[in-house]
Design a protein around this ligand. Structure first.
Ligand SMILES: [Fe+2]
Length: 247
């Protein structure tokens, strides 16, 4: 056999081994380590819509446990502490984020940051579903994406490319903007698109805590995996809701 053929075969095998080792590293952590103990004392906290291991092998149970039970829950507890209440509904908090002047001045920055962290994470978890879950984009959403970005593939590349290049900690969103057009936007830290009159449809968390245990600095690999987890049925519902809001 020609030497070039052997080189090609070798490169393909090497690529497969690298990709298998990353997948193994992600899931083996679950077997070797105890899943972080999650103690959700406040029962009014958002309930994850699937088990901690439901997003494997893209996101292992340990990553989801820490992200949901420590980071996300931490934002909720700090929001309550800032407001001096025992519980708050998602709707109430979204209303505060949309109308920050309603928040007492002394705790406004804290509620925007911590409360933003709470609502952004709720949205993130709801935008995903286990790989086995089949979900389809509604025809209306498909048409809107194609109109705005040229094709679904082009949207995928623009969206993941934006998330990949986003500097620092934050979120990459697909939103309906104030004039009813679909746009890809980034928000830093825990800022929410609700503050700029956009209706969010889809979000990915690009804070390192969302992926670092599985993917280290390979953010693009996390994003490629995350794309397969998108719950398009939920995103389609967000789009339908945005049409009603804008009418
Ligand atoms: Fe996060």
């Amino acid at each position: 056999m020609h030497i070039l053929v052997w080189v090609v075969i070798l490169v393909v095998i090497l690529g497969l081994l690298i990709s298998m080792s990353r997948a193994w590293r992600c899931t083996c952590g679950v077997r070797e380590k105890n899943i972080a103990a999650i103690v959700i004392k406040n029962t009014s906290f958002f309930t994850l819509p699937y088990p901690l291991n439901a997003l494997e092998p893209v996101l292992d149970a340990q990553t989801v446990a820490l992200h949901y039970g420590k980071h996300h829950y931490g934002y909720y507890e700090k929001t309550l502490k800032a407001l001096g209440v025992d519980a708050i509904t998602l709707e109430e908090l979204e209303s505060y984020i949309q109308h920050p002047k309603r928040i007492p001045h002394a705790v406004r920055a804290d509620v925007i940051n911590q409360g933003g962290g709470y609502i952004n994470h709720v949205f993130y978890w709801r935008c995903m579903a286990p790989l086995a879950h089949s979900s389809k984009r509604a025809v209306e959403l498909d048409s809107a994406i194609i109109k705005a970005f040229g094709s679904i593939d082009s949207f995928k590349e623009q969206y993941l490319g934006t998330a990949e290049k986003q500097f620092g900690s934050g979120w990459t969103w697909l939103v309906v903007d104030e004039v009813g057009e679909l746009k890809i936007i980034k928000t830093a830290n825990q800022d929410s698109p609700l503050t700029i009159e956009c209706v969010p449809l889809l979000v990915v968390d690009v804070w390192e805590h969302a992926y670092y245990m599985c993917y280290q600095n390979h953010r693009r690999e996390y994003l490629d995996g995350w794309w397969k987890l998108i719950n398009w049925s939920t995103v389609s519902q967000h789009y339908q809701k945005s049409i009603q809001v804008k009418q």
